[in-house]
Design a protein around this ligand. Structure first.
Ligand code: BGC
Length: 756
């Protein structure tokens, strides 16, 4: 009976969907029957009048072009009034009154800024992450936007690449869960709602695998790695209903993604059945010329033939496509198809019924940066921090005594939001100093000293400050600043050193070859440690850093990433124990740059090193270990957890018979706290070599001090599939290992046999 009811429900829903689609198709066909070729090509043109842009080109005479029907969408402007003015030009003054689509980079919140995505991913809390996207959508839509260029789901294993800050780290399973959560958060279940926005999954594809971590660099990867490790998060976002996809800057198999037919048509449309809109990245169409693919006309035709619908900023389509049509290099059907997809996006967003639906000054006033949003930002920021070290329970701090609060990021607003917070106002952010005062009040005495500049390297300072003075070098000498800090430390009970990267030392076009804390601050930290006072290091960083010295010399290290608008309050909540940190790394921290790439789901070699002895002819280094400093999944708590009693309800798994994995997790410390229980597997024998560990499930559990909880995971043979030589996901029966633990290194294990 229940099955019958479900079947009827699915049937009714499918029929309703078909009817809706038929209505949309009829509307668009009718509209397109009135459009000239120029107007159709105009819809494929996405322009920006400037603002926070990432390229040298910006569009000229935008208003005029809108009037002539030469613009399909606009990005870079916000605010209900500003957006309305542009929309009015399109709706009132263009021949067919087709509304514009308004997009923007809303990456980790809109005006209420949440932690950078890498930080968010360290919460491993998909419900919170989905809520952050929901709030971002609420604010962005009130501000006039229909479309957000997020989520960024590029798997990355190289922390030299600045854009690791924008993604969810190195793991395809965690990355996929987060990608889907974000899409659902942005889009809700009805795109016509005034507080829903269309997501744009990016950067399709493999952008995170740029060689040597150098921005925009070549990607060269075998198909099996692509399918198994890099593509799943894009696919997850698409399966969650993402309305659009952005092509990436890099090449794939020698062909730039923006002109890559295998990628944009064979894989995306034919294999994955993606029905939405594909937009290029910023001038990535034009950049195919520099890649060596031909002149603008040639590369625009290449993109059209590959399946790219919309051209961001470069106006390659606008200026060449008609000629290519005449010459038979592209077809009318291709242009029609691309135009239809742009119009469909507008239709689905409800813009043809009310083009002004997302421009609501009243809602903007009430909802943007509301108390509730700020409170949520504080909560999610605290969840994103990762406690990397905590000797002798130095943290949490007592709310009494004297704290030397030291460092260029300790009393700083400018850098709290992190990279890609284009709509965020740094002045509205809470500094660490303010946060400490808010949380500890007058009970603690704070002595503040800046101690050092973020960097004394004038080239780095200049390059970092392109969007404003994130690094503000002082006129005092480094020695004077350092002495003041040391004097403050000597008068205190504990030192809290707030150090790290400036916001734009991370993000796009911010690759670094040396990923340590800048030298000026290292010198400061060494001097502080030398005083013999207990030192808590609070780190701001948009990437894993090399922290070997810090790890062996500093008492406590709290990685706070860039926490967003409420960074300072959230940091203080954690420092004083109002929130017990629970973040877990989504990306390995290398011992040194020489280890990169170092990631947990690596493969065994034919000569694996057992980590104990150092014999000749094993896969190792002469001078550094193979293991990262802090592994994937790692993160401490003020309490401690133990894992025991791993059992499987059956030793054999079959396609019809899943297996339940059970164990007990206990809070063995002195505080209540949250643990992320992680389940990994290893396929011991397969037709394609498999990683030594792969994350398959995780669960967050909150345990009171002294409490134990039985945890249960269910695995099916679907979870044991891998990509074989024919590029099919397959399950091969055989021997498996199951591991459970609080990080990818420290686990308890069991055996499982896979049967046909
Ligand atoms: C970035 C994209 C971004 C676009 C528009 C590009 O440089 O790669 O992530 O969405 O600019 O701002």
């Amino acid at each position: 009976m229940r099955k019958l009811l479900t079947f009827c429900f699915i049937l009714i829903a499918a029929t309703a969907l078909r009817a809706q689609d038929a209505k949309m198709n009829a509307f668009i066909s009718n509209l397109m029957s009135k459009m000239t070729v120029d107007e159709k090509i105009g819809q494929l043109n996405l322009v920006t009048p400037g603002g926070a842009v990432t390229g040298s080109v910006v569009s000229k005479d935008v208003d005029g072009k809108i009037r002539q029907g030469n613009v399909g969408g606009l990005f870079g402007i916000t605010g209900p009034e500003k957006v309305r003015q542009a929309q009015e030009i399109a709706v009132k003054n263009s021949r067919l009154h087709i509304p514009l689509l308004f997009g923007l980079d809303v990456i980790h919140g809109h005006k209420t800024v949440f932690p950078i995505p890498l930080g968010l991913s360290c919460s491993w809390d998909t419900a919170l992450i989905k809520e952050s996207a929901r709030i971002a959508a609420t604010e962005a839509s009130a501000d006039g936007l229909d479309w957000v260029f997020s989520p960024m789901v590029d798997i990355a294993r190289d922390p030299r690449w600045g854009r690791v800050a924008e993604g969810a780290g190195e793991d395809p399973y965690l990355g996929s869960q987060i990608a889907a959560a974000m899409v659902r958060g942005y889009q809700g279940n009805d795109l016509t709602k005034t507080n829903a926005v269309m997501a744009c999954v990016k950067h399709f594809a493999l952008y995170g695998a740029a060689e040597a971590g150098r921005e925009y660099n070549t990607v060269d990867m075998g198909r099996i790695s692509m399918y198994q490790y890099y593509l799943p998060p894009y696919k997850a976002a698409i399966d969650a209903g993402a309305g659009s996809v952005m092509s990436s800057f890099n090449v794939i198999d020698g062909i730039p993604a923006t002109g890559n037919k295998w990628l944009l048509t064979d894989l995306l449309r034919n294999q994955w059945k993606f029905k939405g809109l594909v937009v290029s990245d910023y001038t990535s169409l034009n950049e195919m010329t520099a890649h060596g693919m031909g002149d603008l006309k040639t590369v625009a035709a290449l993109a059209m033939n590959a399946g790219l619908d919309m051209d961001m900023v470069g106006e390659g389509y606008l200026t060449t496509l008609k000629q290519s049509l005449k010459e038979g290099k592209v077809t009318q059907a291709q242009i029609d198809q691309a135009c239809r997809r742009v119009l469909e996006a507008k239709y689905k967003l409800g813009l043809f019924t009310d083009p002004y639906r997302r421009m609501n000054a009243e809602r903007a006033e009430k909802e943007i940066l509301s108390d509730a949003h700020r409170e949520f930002a504080r909560r999610i920021a605290a969840h994103s921090f990762v406690l990397l070290k905590n000797n002798d329970h130095l943290l949490p701090l007592k709310k009494s005594g004297t704290i030397a609060l030291i460092g260029p990021l300790a009393s700083n607003h400018r850098n709290m939001l992190g990279t890609w917070a284009v709509s965020g106002d740094p002045e509205k952010s809470i500094s660490v100093m303010e946060g400490i005062k808010n949380v500890a009040g007058d009970a603690v005495n704070i002595i503040y000293a800046k101690g050092a500049n973020i960097s004394d390297d004038s080239t780095l300072v200049k390059r970092t400050n392109v969007f404003g003075p994130e690094i503000e070098p002082e006129t005092r000498t480094p020695e004077e600043m350092l002495q003041e800090a040391v004097a403050a430390a000597e008068k205190s009970d504990v030192v809290v050193a707030v150090l790290g990267e400036a916001a734009d030392m991370t993000g796009e076009s911010a690759s670094r070859s040396d990923i340590s804390i800048p030298e000026s601050q290292e010198n400061l930290l060494k001097a502080l440690v030398k005083t013999g006072k207990p030192v808590v290091l609070v780190l701001f960083n948009g990437r894993p850093l090399t922290l070997e010295w810090e790890n062996s010399h500093v008492g406590s290290i709290l990685d706070a990433w860039f926490g967003g608008t409420e960074a300072g309050n959230a940091i203080a909540d954690v420092l004083f124990g109002n929130y017990n940190p629970s973040g877990k790394l989504s990306m390995s921290f290398p011992v040194s740059v020489g280890q990169i790439p170092v990631y947990y789901n690596a493969k065994s070699t034919g000569r694996p090193w057992d980590g104990k002895e150092s014999p000749k002819f094993k896969s190792d280094y002469l001078d550094i270990p193979n293991e990262p400093l802090y592994p994937f999944g790692y993160g401490l708590s003020y309490t401690s957890f133990s894992y025991s009693g791993l059992t499987l309800d059956r030793q054999q798994i079959t396609p019809r018979q899943p297996v339940k994995i059970k164990l007990t997790v206990s809070n063995t410390g002195n505080d209540d706290g949250e643990e992320t229980v992680q389940l990994y597997i290893r396929d011991m024998v397969a037709s394609v070599t498999q990683p030594v560990k792969e994350l398959k499930r995780f669960q967050k559990v909150f345990l009171k001090k002294g409490e134990s909880r039985n945890i249960e995971f269910t695995l099916t043979t679907n979870d044991l599939k891998f990509v074989n030589s024919n590029l099919h996901w397959v399950y091969e029966p055989g021997e498996f290992k199951v591991f459970v633990g609080g990080n990818s290194r420290d686990v308890v294990e069991g055996d499982l046999v896979g049967k046909p």
